[in-house]
Design a binder for this molecule. Structure first.
Ligand code: PLP
Length: 391
């Protein structure tokens, strides 16, 4: 039986350079002591107080179908959090609760793009972005960025790509680069979106992880509220990746329509998960800071270690849980470096090539192991690069 083109195309780009990740997993399964710095997930599980709230909710009977757009009190808390962080006025009816930021990304693209319409992403990109646009049957275009510009999109390239486009997906703080978009870049993006009458889908799932600069949501810029859909999540801010809870923030009439998609797709997020998320949000900014500070500390450690290297260049680590390293001075591609590092040092990092063409010759290092092991692994990586460059 033949499947639809839609489903067959989701992975049209193949594994997109994730062979190294698979190889590392196989080595681990075979008992090799591989140090895993590939995946963006906290090294600690969800806080027990959140789990207690989840269990209490389920035990109290909240195990039936839940409100599809999210419970009124959770939507209220999400709106209040977004308003606190960004200063942009937000009401509960601006918020739709989804099964993680991932479902929000999918819903936002399905809602804004007709099949065949041009949708833009910035290269390098988070691994699922191309598949999301392909699943929406969009005409996917990537806007290149450059290491020398800290991977920030530039006006001329974006303006050129924007001709005939209907949507642009951005991500700040950025995975994989660790860069936080400054105000000028976001204003330039807003100008291009307005000029070309485009939707802006702003993935802000790392909004609690800012080490330098400030998180600015482009939804707050003049003329942007009606054309911006913000993607958010409890995954990174509250170490709740497995709970699968996130949201879209946008104009109420758009949110109401996207809810129709949630109805036919997931029929809501489990009520006990929603209650746990609400409890977690009520713990306030101090709780989020505690979850984030682990990565702030590791960013500092990394800066100190990499300061001494004249082979590796650290892209400014301004946010999120990743380091982006330029390894071109070793003469190797990111893939070659990462593969040799895995074979010879048993350290697994992602080649930049896994995230698009713009990050070739780079590595993404997830700062997701305890400080001491992280320091040790990074020092070994630096020594390895020096050996390669000397050969
Ligand atoms: N967006 C970015 C940039 C991410 O890095 C991730 C996860 O790693 C997601 C979205 C999806 O997050 P979740 O579906 O867990 O909320």
């Amino acid at each position: 039986m033949k499947l639809s083109n839609r489903i067959a195309n989701i992975n049209a780009g193949g594994s997109d350079g994730w062979e190294l990740f698979t190889r590392a997993r196989e080595m681990i399964a075979a008992g090799q002591p591989v140090i895993e710095l590939t995946i963006g997930e906290h090294d600690t599980p969800t806080d027990p107080i959140i789990l207690d709230a989840m269990i209490a909710s389920a035990r109290a009977g909240n195990t039936g179908y839940a409100a599809v757009p999210g419970s009124p009190t959770l939507r209220q808390q999400i709106a209040a959090r977004y308003q606190r962080i960004t200063g942009v006025e937000t009401e509960p009816d601006n918020v739709l609760v989804t099964s993680g930021g991932q479902a929000a990304l999918f819903a936002a693209h399905l809602a804004t793009l007709n099949p065949g319409e041009k949708g833009l992403i910035c290269d390098p990109y988070y691994a699922t972005y191309p598949g999301v646009l392909r699943a929406a049957e969009a005409d996917l275009h990537s806007v290149p960025t450059r290491s020398s510009n800290n991977f920030l999109p530039q006006r001329d390239e974006l303006a050129k790509a924007a001709k005939g486009a209907k949507s642009l997906l951005i991500n700040s703080p950025n995975n994989p680069t660790g860069v936080v978009y400054p105000a000028e870049t976001l204003q330039m993006i807003a100008d291009v979106c307005i000029k070309n009458d485009m939707w802006l889908i702003s993935d802000e799932v790392y909004d609690s992880q800012i080490w330098q600069g400030k998180h600015i949501s482009p939804r707050g810029l003049p003329g942007m509220a009606e054309r911006t859909l913000v993607i958010g999540s409890m995954s990174k801010s509250h170490a709740m990746t497995g709970s699968r809870i996130g949201w879209i923030i946008g104009p109420p009439e758009i949110v109401a329509q996207i809810m129709n998609l949630s109805t036919v797709n997931a029929y809501g997020v489990p009520g006990f998960i929603q209650d746990a998320a609400e409890f977690a949000l009520l713990q306030g900014p101090e709780f989020e800071a505690e979850v984030a500070d682990v990565f702030r500390t590791r960013t500092k450690l990394a800066r100190e270690i990499l300061l001494g290297s004249n082979i590796l260049r650290l892209i400014p680590a301004q946010g999120a849980m990743y380091l982006m390293l330029d390894v071109r001075n070793t003469g190797l591609s990111g893939e070659e470096f990462a593969n040799q590092l895995l074979t010879e040092e048993l350290i697994a990092v992602m080649p930049g090539e896994s995230f698009g063409h713009s990050a070739s010759g780079h590595l993404r290092v997830a700062m997701t192991i305890p400080d001491e092991q992280f320091t040790h692994a990074l020092k070994r990586l630096v020594l390895f690069a020096e050996r390669l460059a000397a050969d």
